[in-house]
Design a protein around this ligand. Sequence first.
Ligand SMILES: *Cc1c(COP(=O)(O)O)cnc(C)c1O
Length: 349
Amino acid sequence: MKKIFFTPGPTQLYPTIPRHIKNALKNNIGSISHRSKEFQTIFAETVLSVRKLMNIPKTHQIFFLSSSLEAMERILQNTVNKYSFHFINGEFSKKWHQFALDLQKKPEKYEVEPGKGFDFSQVQIPQQTELICITQNETSTGVGIPLSDIYKLKKNYLNVLIALDIVSSTPYPIIDFSKIDMTFFSVQKGFGLPAGLSVLIVDNNVLEKSSGTYHSFHSLFTMSQRNQTPETPNVLYIYLLGKVCQDMLKKDIMKIRKETDTKAKIIYDFANKNQLFRPFVKDKKFRSPTTIVLEVIGKNSEEIVSQLEKRGIIVGRGYGEFKEKHVRIANFPTHSIDDVKRLIKRLIL
Ligand SMILES: *Cc1c(COP(=O)(O)O)cnc(C)c1O
């Protein structure tokens, strides 16, 4: 039976991936040297395509890492001497804070219950803070923080760096990079690639703050100027990411964003009307359009997940403590409106 994955990463592969993998094999992408002209061309093309798709200005550099957990760690390692500040409302934001502790920093945090957003105006960030860390789309709970709130916060702390985890929302949000110092995403969420590559975007002004070894900002920047990476990278995925970005540009990214809104509305409307489900995030303002978490009423969510699985539809289980209470549904560019309608039909049965 053909399966479709609505899991919030890894997820259903973007429809053009098999074709691009075939071409990659034909062109020996798995064997070429990462110091060759061929690789440099691939690197430059992918950077350009990511830039175009996300409208990233020349003020920001694009680097490749192996995962977004690595991105969290590298950001702390490169830019924080002691004091980071973390907004926590779920498992991924919690991890980021934990990494700061593990790295022997002195992080502070502002924590709300899972499923809640933040009222930034209520929070006093200590003066010595060097970096503010925000998980813009908390995949574990389905909370999306409006970018306008984040920009307002940054305006009040212009001398503090701000880093955004946009792993499970990109390429949906339109980001104003003049207001964000660092941001990152993994390719196995919104881009529909297999997992194993992360993209880190860094403001030029931050580059002088560099620390660490092969993935210090200095090392990443120096190599990227030659269209290379410090290590032997995941050449295949860098190639695939460029191709998928080009496909999304061809389809029209604004159309993809509109479709995302349409699909999110279908899923939330269904949950609001149905007796068995309700959106876990109560405040509409904070409901993520791209990772939708539904609370299952009066039933173990595991039952629903496994029933769907028998019909070839794979949804996410609840995260951590919510394993048997939630289902999580990804609404990424790889999922068509028809796919979502099919999912809803199956959820009713
Ligand atoms: C998936 C995810 C990560 C981790 O990404 P990896 O590629 O597994 O390192 C980090 N933050 C958020 C919000 C995520 O959804």
